[in-house]
Design a binder for this molecule. Structure first.
Ligand SMILES: *Cc1c(COP(=O)(O)O)cnc(C)c1O
Length: 404
């Protein structure tokens, strides 16, 4: 695991994803926090950073349709910003569809990417104008045919998630040969059998990870073609990283690897392409401010425990298994540091953020000081519980660093 003992996790050691706006975004957020001094915990998003990220990806992959994965950060202002930029949206539920439509998204820009959905939710989406659905099972496909007749469907295939800090396990996706059968069946059911999707796992640190997904997609295309079914679309899913304690390769490395795989497997006959970034768009655009509730020295006989007012249930769900290790900044940076165990405020024994991962924080840190979690714009507010243990859900503020 990453050793941050010398730095309190503040130092920017990696090249990041080559996004020059990151520092600036954090400065604007810092200024907002200094001036407003909001109740903690809270998340502050810089819409300028979201915009820069979208444009960076747009420029790097000009022919690929970008569907922002709304679950990464469903703040209305973020969705509205992306609508204005021309983004499409990957959604998972009626609530996310309503959100996108309310913020001005066209129904044609919405992809219902969840393979697990109720028939009546499909019908509702169809009534709202959504015509693009993911599937990976016969039962879901039958539901789509019944409730969204004639719609486009793409089949999610199960791919290796090696290299991902937060893999999907085996919950989604089917074997390529099952995908072929499902897509042929979709055609029989009067649906538009449109293509294939995969997700190589979130926070994917290996730019080469898309290779086997793209290869498998090509195999499904070929097998369907043998039955006279010409698929049209490959959905490359999410997986592009944000900037936590581990260094991440620059975006250019991902783009090069994806382009190479597309050339290798599809050559001149490139299909229509979609990508569903979540973390990459919003992760580095947010800072989560928390307050130190308590510091307890060696009360367990060995460790210094620092308890924050944010934890596993307040939005830091991705610290489970210590998968995502946020960079930290404190109000006492510069003072000598020592090792800590970091924990949340609830009465749940699992509400511990980092004990295996070595974090060091200033020895002077005490109750009332603040601790910022950097690059915390993805999968935080959206995971904040509605009130576990009586703690209210975390608030999100949006600023626009370009307008100040
Ligand atoms: C969550 C999700 C994404 C976004 O993944 P990131 O790794 O955050 O980019 C994309 N597609 C689907 C289907 C998802 O469920």
């Amino acid at each position: 695991m990453t050793d941050l003992s010398a730095t309190a996790g503040v130092t920017d050691r990696s090249s990041g994803t080559g996004q020059s706006g990151d520092r600036g975004a954090t400065d604007h957020i810092q200024e907002f926090l200094r001036q407003q001094d909001p109740e903690t915990p809270c998340l502050v998003m810089d819409l300028a950073s979201v915009r820069h990220r979208y444009r960076q990806l747009r420029a790097a992959l000009p022919d690929i349709r970008i569907c922002y994965a709304v679950k990464a950060n469903p703040t209305p202002e973020v969705v509205r910003e992306l609508v204005a930029l021309g983004s499409s949206f990957d959604v998972a539920s009626p609530g996310e569809i309503d959100l996108c439509l309310a913020e001005g998204a066209a129904p044609e820009s919405i992809s219902y990417g969840n393979t697990i959905k109720k028939g009546r939710d499909i019908a509702r989406a169809y009534r709202q104008g959504v015509r693009l659905f993911a599937t990976d099972s016969p039962a879901d496909l039958a539901n789509i045919a019944e409730n969204a007749p004639g719609s486009r469907v793409f089949c999610r295939i199960l791919v290796d998630n090696k290299g991902s800090r937060t893999p999907f396990g085996r919950k989604f996706g089917c074997q390529p040969r099952t995908a072929v059968a499902l897509l042929l069946r979709a055609r029989e059911l009067g649906l538009d059998a449109y293509g294939v999707s995969f997700h190589i796992g979130s926070q994917q640190l290996d730019p080469g990870a898309w290779e086997h997904g793209i290869r498998a997609a090509r195999e499904v295309f070929d097998a369907c073609a043998q039955h006279g079914l010409q698929l049209q679309m490959v959905n490359l899913g999410g997986g592009l990283p944000a900037h936590y304690t581990q260094p991440v390769p620059p975006l250019a490395d991902y783009v090069r690897a994806i382009e190479t795989s597309l050339d290798r497997h599809f050559g001149e006959q490139r299909p229509q392409l979609l990508i569903e970034p979540g973390r990459f768009i919003v992760g580095d655009a947010g800072v989560l401010r928390s307050e130190v509730v308590l510091v307890a020295d060696a009360c367990d006989g060995e460790n210094r425990w620092v308890y924050l007012d944010i934890g596993r249930y307040g939005g830091l769900a991705e610290t489970e298994g210590e998968a995502i290790t946020y960079r930290l900044r404190t109000s006492r940076d510069g003072d000598p540091c020592g090792p800590v165990v970091l924990a949340g405020p609830t009465c749940d024994g699992d509400d511990v953020l980092y004990q295996r991962t070595k974090y060091a924080l200033p020895l002077t840190l005490r109750s009332g000081d603040w601790v910022d979690l950097l690059s915390a714009g993805a999968y935080t507010a959206s995971y904040s519980s509605v009130g576990f243990n009586g703690f209210p859900p975390m608030r999100t503020y949006c600023i626009d660093g370009d307008q100040e």
